[in-house]
Design a protein around this ligand. Structure first.
Ligand SMILES: Nc1ncnc2c1ncn2[C@@H]1O[C@H](COP(=O)(O)OP(=O)(O)OP(=O)(O)O)[C@@H](O)[C@H]1O
Length: 273
């Protein structure tokens, strides 16, 4: 039984068809990334799975049950786009208060450490930087020791170092058995983190696969580029190894050589254009 099942899901806000017909499944213990342009329907899909909204039609199943089930909520963690936190509480007080909502929470200090807020436990929430605030959001998502975690754009506002730390943390959670559904606008994040990705556009899933194979990426042609005294050369080839062997055999000097395949971002832009 998969951790999440979404089948022919549809949801409109008045005349706006936010989700038209979305189908995908997420297996236990995997990191699944939902990608798509602004307004594609990602947050609405998450909100239905989290039990905050009802779909108009279709099926959404979470850990084998209904999304809004109370007992289920104790087993899921949420990191939403805008989380309301008390500005005058400290980091530690905020996390400790949330720990009280769960039957078997993690240790508060362990979580502060995990999300990289060590030494900031006594700082008031209103005095945190944007990235630190987002780490606090992450702490609140995992304090209940959930088996399923929803992350809606978890690293927005992070500096590159903090982003890599967050990826490390999320991978660690997955390796410890947690199932993670995330949305992101950073293709590098999806590439680095996700076991599988789905691309949503106009309320539909338009492609699904591993980051390496999405949209036929693995079978796509490579570009070999190098510079000769006459100027730059670009060769498009399905078999870069063979083409390079041939060039070297002919004694071509390959100054500034690069070999590239379409990036996840290239494929994504093509799918959503
Ligand atoms: N409460 C609401 N009332 C009316 N329309 C809404 C509401 N929430 C979302 N929408 C609309 O539904 C569509 C899907 O929005 P949604 O927030 O699910 O997209 P998203 O993929 O999460 O976008 P983003 O990447 O910008 O967060 C958009 O056209 C949005 O304007």
């Amino acid at each position: 039984m998969p951790a999440l099942v979404v089948e022919h899901l549809a949801k409109s806000y008045g005349a706006v068809r936010a989700i038209r017909d979305a189908t995908f499944t997420v297996e236990h213990g995997e990191i699944f990334a939902l990608l798509g342009p602004n307004g594609a329907g990602k947050t609405t899909t998450l909100e239905i799975l989290e039990g905050f909204r009802r779909a108009d039609s279709g099926r959404a199943e979470v850990l084998g049950g209904e999304p809004a089930d109370r007992e289920l909520r104790a087993r899921t963690g949420l990191v939403l786009q805008d989380i309301a936190v008390e500005p005058y509480l400290t980091v530690r007080e905020t996390i400790a208060r949330d720990a009280g909502y769960y039957p078997r929470p993690r240790q508060v200090d362990e979580v502060i450490e995990l999300v990289g807020l060590r030494g900031l436990g006594r700082r008031k929430v209103k005095a945190l930087s944007g990235g630190q605030k987002r780490r606090l959001d992450l702490a609140l998502g995992i304090i209940g020791d959930p088996s399923l975690l929803f992350l809606d754009e978890p690293t927005t506002g992070f500096d590159p170092g903090a982003r890599r730390d967050a990826w490390q943390l999320v991978r660690g959670l997955r390796d410890a058995g947690m199932t993670i559904l995330l949305t992101t606008h950073y293709m590098e994040e999806a590439q680095e983190l996700a076991d599988r990705v789905a691309v949503m556009s106009g309320g539909r899933i338009v492609a699904e696969g591993t980051p390496a194979t999405l949209g036929g990426r693995d079978a796509a042609k490579s570009h070999i580029r190098y510079v000769t005294p006459d100027g730059p050369v670009t060769i498009e080839t399905a078999d870069p190894t063979e083409t390079l062997r041939d060039l070297l055999h002919r004694g071509v000097v390959l100054h500034g050589l690069t070999v590239t395949r379409p990036s996840l971002e290239d494929v994504y832009l093509e799918l959503t254009s």
